[in-house]
Every structure is written in C-alpha cells, then in structure tokens.
Design a protein around this ligand. Structure first.
Ligand SMILES: NC(=O)c1ccc[n+]([C@@H]2O[C@H](COP(=O)([O-])OP(=O)(O)OC[C@H]3O[C@@H](n4cnc5c(N)ncnc54)[C@H](OP(=O)(O)O)[C@@H]3O)[C@@H](O)[C@H]2O)c1
Length: 263
C-alpha cells in the first residue's frame, strides 16, 4: 500500500510487544501503515515501536494497556479518538493460555484468558466493525489457533477461547463483506514465540512432536491471506493437516491423544 501526501492508513495491533504480533507489525509497517501498538509491557512495546519507526519510516505509537480488564476496550477506543485515529485495520492478536487441568489451575487466571482472548477481542472487533461498515472499507484480523478446531483437555479454556474466535470471526466476515470490510481468522499452529513459556508448557510433548513455524512466517502468510480477502488463513501445510485430522478423527479417539500432548 503506497502512502500519499503523508497520509498513512492506520493499523492497531494488540499483543505487539513480542512474537506473532511483533512480526505482524513489521509486515504492516512495510506495507505503509501507521501503527498503533498495544500490550502491557511498555519497555518492550517502546523497543518494537522504535525499531519499526526507524526501519520503515512510518509513524508508530505505543499504547501500554492491559487488555484483560473489562474497561480496556472502551479506554483504547477513547485513546484512539483523542488522537483522532480511526483504524483502517485492526489486528486482535494479544492472547495467552495455560496448561493444566481446569479444576487444578487458578480460576482467576483462566477467567483472564476469556477476558483477553474472547471479551476484549469481541469488543474491539464490534467497535471497529461499526465504523468500518459506515466508511465502507477496512479490515480485521483475529488471531485464533489450530487449537480452535477441537476441544483441548489439559488446556480446556484456551482451546475453547480459540474455537470462539474462529466462529465469531467467520460469522463477522460474512456480515461485513457486503460493506467492503475484510475479516480474517488467522489459524497458526505451534509457533516459536514466548507463548509456551508463559503457558508453562515448554516441556509439553506437543512441542517435541510438532514442527514449529517462526513468527515471521506466520505473519507473512496471515497478512498475504488477509489481503487476498480470505475468511480463514491456516498457516502452513502441517497446520492444514492438523486441522483436517481434528475434523476427520472422532473426538473419542482424538481427545485422549490431545490430553497426552499437553503433559
Ligand atoms: N505461539 C504459538 O504456538 C501460537 C499458536 C497458535 C496461536 N497463537 C496465538 O498467537 C497470539 C500471539 O501469541 P504469541 O505466540 O506471539 O505469544 P507471545 O510472544 O507471548 O505474545 C503475546 C502478546 O500478547 C500480549 N499480551 C498478553 N497478555 C496481554 C494483556 N492482558 N493485555 C495486553 N496484551 C497482552 C503480550 O505482551 P505483554 O505481556 O507485554 O502484555 C504479547 O505482546 C496469541 O493470541 C496466541 O494465542 C500462538
């Protein structure tokens, strides 16, 4: 996308301080977007913003914010309005999971997964959908996961949150397409990021038995697919294969295997 007379389209990327979000921010900056980067850790966010602003010469704003609080969606919307920024592209990427049995893990932490992965993603999507529909253009990319294609014993809330994201995003895509707004569910599989350390699953069998992509590979495939107007972008051949397996193999066979992979 070419910038014209200093006018940059605006992309808001959540979870941009590391991993897939950081890589997506690079993709978008390279394509001429002004970036609004959101995550909690301001040091990391400012580091990413500094690198991108220097490398691509695009305006880059860092907004440190915890997106798991109920008021965070409204606060971010107010902050964008205050800066007179209307997103042309929203990337809901911030997300986390934790490994363990639902009945054993901390309850508040599991509810936080829903607040971040589901509630705030939904709020930001709907807020942007309204303005994009009125303007007759725009895009939304919601980062889901192969985890959203099946139930996930020993990671139940995370898998369910990703099933919600894919379902919600696909439906929104159909609703907004007639208005010229492209909505895409991004479906990565195992990707080399900080996600697994944060999920306390560095030693899980899943990671020893599954090929991992880089965040840069995932970001490139995701954004290319979004630009082509795709409703769903599964990243890479192995993840296509995994998705097909979860649709074809009965849950009675599959779920005990998934449980084992999460130990
Ligand atoms: N890595 C994988 O194997 C994999 C596979 C499939 C899907 N995904 C999905 O990809 C997305 C990105 O994850 P990643 O792999 O890139 O992991 P990551 O490196 O841990 O990145 C997660 C990002 O989300 C931000 N974040 C976490 N909690 C937040 C909160 N409460 N408020 C605001 N920002 C928050 C983090 O920054 P702060 O900690 O600074 O807030 C970070 O920027 C997630 O939605 C994840 O579910 C990952």
């Amino acid at each position: 996308m070419q910038q014209q007379d200093d006018t940059f389209p605006t992309a808001v990327v959540t979870g941009a301080s590391s991993g897939i979000g950081e890589a997506l921010a690079h993709e978008l900056a390279q394509d001429g977007y002004r970036l609004v980067l959101v995550a909690r850790t301001s040091d990391e966010l400012n580091r990413v913003a500094g690198v991108i602003a220097t490398k691509y010469d695009v305006p880059t704003i860092a907004i440190p914010k915890d997106l798991s609080t109920p008021s965070s969606g409204a606060e971010l919307a107010a902050e964008l309005k205050r800066r007179e920024l209307e997103p042309d592209l929203l990337v809901n990427n911030a997300g986390f999971g934790v490994m363990g049995e639902a009945a054993s893990l901390d309850l508040e932490e599991q509810l936080e997964i829903i607040d971040l992965n589901v509630r705030t993603l939904t709020e930001l999507s709907i807020r942007c959908a309204r303005t994009m529909r009125r303007r007759g253009r725009g895009g939304i990319m919601n980062v889901s996961s192969v985890a959203g294609t099946l139930p996930g014993p020993n990671m139940a809330v995370y898998y369910a949150s990703k099933a919600y994201i894919t379902s919600f995003t696909e439906a929104l895509a159909v609703e907004l397409r007639p208005y010229g707004v492209t909505v895409t569910a991004v479906v990565p599989g195992v990707t080399k990021t900080d996600f697994h350390r944060r999920a306390r699953m560095e030693h899980a069998r899943l990671l020893k038995s599954t090929p991992a992509m880089t965040a840069e590979q995932v970001a490139r495939i995701a954004y290319t697919g979004h630009r082509k107007g795709k409703r769903v972008v599964v990243t890479g051949a192995y993840n296509h294969f995994s998705s097909w397996c979860s649709w074809l193999i009965p849950n009675a066979i599959l779920l005990p295997i998934v449980r084992k992979l999460h130990t």
